[in-house]
Design a protein around this ligand. Structure first.
Ligand SMILES: Nc1ncnc2c1ncn2[C@@H]1O[C@H](COP(=O)(O)OP(=O)(O)OP(=O)(O)O)[C@@H](O)[C@H]1O
Ligand SMILES: [Mg+2]
Length: 408
């Protein structure tokens, strides 16, 4: 017998992966070297901070990056910081450091300053000093070293929530006028401005980089960029990428969500031993993240809506596709009506039923223009198999109730 006997547990690592090549490429902290659809934000940052390179020490620049969840604020800032510090030393001969503080973790002026000094000077214990002392030491350290700092305060709202706007005011105060520290503030909240001191506010009003939500087409490009590196060839097709992108777009233009959907869908396919990701994987994992409608919610739907929903679920399952044409849904709808003994509605009423289910968040639709004319394609935001099961149970029980002889 060999020594350990557990080596075989490693046999499969790196060999039999049918879905992923390198799944870490899909993780939230991975930053690709190019960020599609963020050129203008990157250019804005370069323009705002060129003064820090051309006239170092003359001003302490401050810029605000704002936008909703998952729109690339942290990724763009990380990439900018690394390019900026490299250019500073290469092209301008300046020592520029960048430090990023996650204010969700460091919520007081003191802990922010501690994080800065221990990053600048890791071997020196700075315990027992006041915040003001540490601030002075940070500035002295930069002066002695003739270096500059790009300080990123990510999710700065948390710092203000916990410590008030004074914390930002103190941090940005440059009593010695040395202009050694430059700031990027990152925030999701449109209300941030109103919470800052007058001086910081008046600077930031002119120095804003806005990150709009991504459209479905933009998210598609973002996902496509990572697919060849993250997945085995053929494991993820265009349809699945489009589906994850459109769910990300309808959830606020969130790239983090779109990437997570693709990753989780891949994990699901892998766990089931398949070699490719299916549209149903994406629907299921979207439901896992966003929550699925429970029985009670489904029970409150009128019978016609439940039947329409079941018809779309079945048509999607049997097609194996991400979306089906309205005509296919209607054909299935007529079959389901017959199965449950329900009078089918006319085409227009059926169509209105689809629209109202879309309004309730069950479907997403897309108009496809073909030679024959325009077709509306219907996709589902939840597991079609899961919904089918619950709806069949509900409709069956409803039908049995209807068949009961009325109580005497
Ligand atoms: N333009 C882009 N190109 C490629 N990947 C992107 C792009 N924008 C965002 N991402 C990726 O999407 C994820 C979320 O982006 P990021 O963390 O930058 O969002 P955020 O705006 O900081 O969101 P939050 O406010 O929730 O912190 C990250 O994995 C990031 O790499
Ligand atoms: Mg962020």
């Amino acid at each position: 017998m060999s020594d350990g006997g557990y080596e075989h547990l490693f046999d499969e690592i790196g060999y039999s992966r049918k879905i992923f090549k390198e799944e870490a490429v899909l993780f939230p902290d991975y930053v690709p070297s190019y960020l599609p659809h963020r050129d203008s934000q990157m250019r804005d940052l370069v323009n705002f901070f060129r003064v820090s390179l051309e006239s170092p020490g003359k001003v302490s620049q401050k810029v605000l990056c704002s936008g909703r969840v998952g729109v690339g604020k942290t990724a763009v800032t990380k990439l900018f910081s690394s390019i900026f510090t490299k250019e500073a030393s290469g092209r301008f001969g300046l020592k520029f450091r960048s430090i990023s503080i996650d204010c969700r973790k460091e919520r007081t002026l003191y802990s922010v300053l501690q994080a800065i000094i221990s990053s600048l000077d890791p071997y020196q214990p700075y315990k027992g000093f006041s915040a003001r002392d540490i601030h002075r030491m940070v500035l002295e350290h930069l002066e002695n070293d003739n270096s500059y700092l790009l300080l990123v305060l990510d999710e700065v709202d948390y710092l203000i929530d916990a410590s008030g706007s004074d914390a930002v005011y103190e941090l940005t105060r440059d009593e010695r006028g040395s202009g050694r520290i430059n700031f990027i503030f990152i925030s999701r909240s449109p209300a941030l401005m109103g919470r800052l001191d007058e001086s910081t506010k008046s600077t930031l009003l002119h120095n804003q980089v806005v990150f709009p939500p991504y459209s479905a087409a933009e998210l598609r490009d973002i996902l496509m960029q990572r697919v060849p590196q993250a997945f085995q060839r053929g494991a993820v097709d265009d349809e699945v990428v489009t589906q994850a992108a459109s769910l990300g777009a309808s959830s606020g233009g969130d790239a983090r969500l779109a990437l997570e959907l693709l990753w989780r869908a891949g994990k699901r396919a892998e766990a089931e031993g398949r070699s490719s990701v299916a549209p149903e994987d994406v629907r299921v994992v979207f439901g896992d993240i966003e929550g699925v409608p429970n029985e009670e919610e489904l029970l409150s739907l009128p019978t016609q809506s439940a039947i329409t929903l079941l018809a779309v679920a079945r048509a999607l399952i049997s097609s194996g596709k991400e979306r089906i044409a309205t005509g296919e849904a209607e054909k299935e709808y007529l079959a389901v009506c017959e199965e449950y003994g329900v009078e089918p509605r006319a085409h227009t009423a059926f169509w209105e039923g689809i629209q109202s289910l879309k309004g309730l968040g069950f479907f997403s639709t897309e108009v496809k223009v073909e030679r024959k004319g325009r077709t509306t394609m219907i996709g589902m935001n939840y597991s079609a198999i899961g919904l089918q099961k619950v709806l069949e149970g509900l409709l069956k029980r409803g039908a049995e109730r209807d068949e009961q002889p009325p109580a005497a």
